[in-house]
Design a binder for this molecule. Structure first.
Ligand code: CIZ
Length: 319
């Protein structure tokens, strides 16, 4: 199902209407770092999925409009069950979140009954509810280290799981076989070709990237971590960014005097998540105007998923 509708309003007027509705409805607009630039620019807050949900739970807004993908809006609902949470475009899914279901997780739990389940936030609320604890790309290593258990079942991202397992060799980490297609498609050969054009560049990669990419990166971190990582290189002019290309807008906005280049050397090519890019200003306008599409979750699911998220939130970030 796509967004809500279309209008012929020119962009400037659409922006005025969105601003009017945001005030009238006492809404807060959140945009993930991978959203299109015009959505990032109109948002009240930009950031990663968990940071945004935490921010939203602190506001006194009545309505949360989450410009991101479905599991992110669910996280906002889990942390703010009393608020109306809207996802402007219902086709904003996530292949990684869809790679694991409560049933497939149950199968793995039967195979590994002694393992504690650590689930990346890129998962559905039902899967979170069946996990022992969640993690994000910003705290995955600390979360695994924080557990008393020596045997871990890490789901659903195999690249993040492998990266964590390398840093916590004292634990046995069994890794589920899911991946984000946008990150998983990138190879070190592409990054090396880009580096050929910018030999002095600092390479920053997301841990959802494959091992060959992570191994040649100077920094490996979450999208929020990338903003901090740039600060560590005051002399560097150019950065090669190995994550979804929406992050380039966020980095360029924060650091206008630096240059940021997509790791595949091609903005809008491979490092492009089609689901992150389905939400436009029209969707946002109709979402506010008609209060659609509202996220509903069962009370049991909210309770279970919240337990996994809150347990995680008690652990400090890695970076
Ligand atoms: O959880 C998020 O926000 C994602 C998908 C990536 C990140 O590192 O921020």
């Amino acid at each position: 199902m796509p967004g809500v509708g279309t209008t012929d309003l020119p962009t400037a007027e659409l922006v005025d209407q969105i601003n009017r509705l945001r005030e009238e409805k006492r809404a807060v607009i959140l945009a993930h770092n991978y959203q299109v630039p015009e959505i990032q620019d109109i948002a009240d807050v930009t950031g990663d999925s968990l940071g945004l949900s935490i921010e939203a739970s602190k506001t006194d807004a009545d309505v949360i409009v989450f410009c991101g993908v479905h599991f992110m809006a669910e996280s906002a609902k889990i942390l703010s069950p009393e608020k109306k949470v809207l996802l402007p475009n219902m086709s904003a899914g996530c292949s990684l979140a869809d790679s694991i279901t409560p049933e497939s997780l149950d199968d793995w739990k039967v195979r590994y009954p002694d393992h504690e389940v650590v689930t990346y936030v890129n998962s559905t609320a039902e899967v979170k509810a069946e996990s022992d604890i969640c993690c994000t790309s910003a705290n995955a290593v600390s979360v695994v280290r924080s557990l008393d258990a020596d045997k871990i079942l890490f789901t659903p991202d195999r690249n993040l799981g492998r990266w964590v397992a390398e840093q916590v060799p004292e634990k046995e980490v069994v890794i589920y076989d899911g991946a984000c297609p946008t990150h998983d498609v990138l190879r070190a050969a592409s990054v090396e070709r880009t580096r050929g054009e910018f030999p002095e560049a600092v390479i920053i990669a997301h841990p959802e990237c494959r091992q060959d990419v992570v191994e040649i990166a100077d920094e490996v971190c979450s999208t929020t971590g990338m903003l901090d990582a740039v600060e560590k290189y005051p002399e560097a002019k150019t950065f090669i960014i190995a994550t979804e290309n929406g992050m380039l807008h966020q980095l360029k906005t924060r650091f206008p005097d630096r240059e940021f280049v997509a790791a595949d050397g091609c903005i809008g090519c491979r490092l492009h998540c089609p689901y992150m890019k389905v939400t436009g200003l029209q969707d946002l306008y109709f979402s506010l105007a008609e209060e659609r599409f509202e996220i509903f979750l069962d009370g049991d699911v909210i309770e279970g998923a919240r337990r996994s998220l809150e347990r995680m939130m008690a652990v400090p970030r890695d970076h």
